[in-house]
Design a protein around this ligand. Structure first.
Ligand code: AMP
Length: 192
């Protein structure tokens, strides 16, 4: 099983690179942000809870997120692997993911960190907000999300370094060049 964690700050290109990985390697994609936005659109209880956090640029509580992740993961049949996009975002989530995969005799193959400078993230997210109308892509919420990223999510870099699964990728430049680097990291993980 090829289990990839695609990591990075909001606007680092996780979603875009995930789609290309899915096409090339034929694995399943879990975007926790997409799952939550679908719940909001469908007006479910979970969606209502999630919206309150998302609008504030805050993270959904770990226990809730971990349950959602496990149920989406187990819904895949004959899976060759999964790309986790937007999960984990806290150390507790990373530990839960490790445990969940171990229970299924699997593990994370590689964690790919798309590293993009802060000014570029701001520019990309403001543009995305205008193009897609995503409610949390406004300047005030973006700033809050970046603070949350630095305080709660970026510690995962050291966590995955310790696990021996960390790969740094420069996430700025031509899309195809970035994808080529991502593929190198994935191919390396496949060979290991
Ligand atoms: P994303 O589309 O990945 O940028 O996620 C949008 C928003 O959904 C985040 O700002 C969080 O409020 C929430 N969210 C997505 N994934 C997670 C997660 N793994 N843990 C907590 N909150 C999440």
């Amino acid at each position: 099983m090829l289990n990839i964690v695609i990591f990075g700050a909001p606007g680092s290109g996780k979603g875009t690179q995930s789609e290309k990985i899915v096409d090339k390697y034929g694995i399943n994609h879990i975007s926790t942000g997409d799952v939550l936005r679908a719940e909001i659109k469908n007006g479910t209880e979970l969606g209502k809870t999630a919206k309150a956090y998302i609008d504030q640029g805050q993270l959904i509580p770990d226990e809730l997120m971990i349950d959602i992740l496990a149920s989406v993961f187990d819904s895949f049949e004959d899976s060759k692997g999964v790309i986790f996009d937007g999960f984990p975002r806290t150390i507790a989530q990373a530990e839960a993911l490790k445990k969940m995969l171990a229970k299924r005799e699997q593990g994370v193959s590689v964690m790919i960190d798309l590293d993009v400078p802060e000014e570029e993230l701001m520019t990309r997210l403001i543009k995305r907000g205008k193009d897609s109308g995503r409610a949390d892509d406004n300047e005030e919420t973006i700033k809050k999300r970046l603070v949350v990223y630095h305080s709660q999510t970026s510690p995962l870099i050291d966590w995955y370094k310790k696990e021996g699964q960390y790969r740094h990728i420069k996430g700025q430049g031509e899309l195809e060049e970035i994808f080529a680097e991502v593929c190198k990291a994935v191919d390396c993980a496949i060979k290991e």
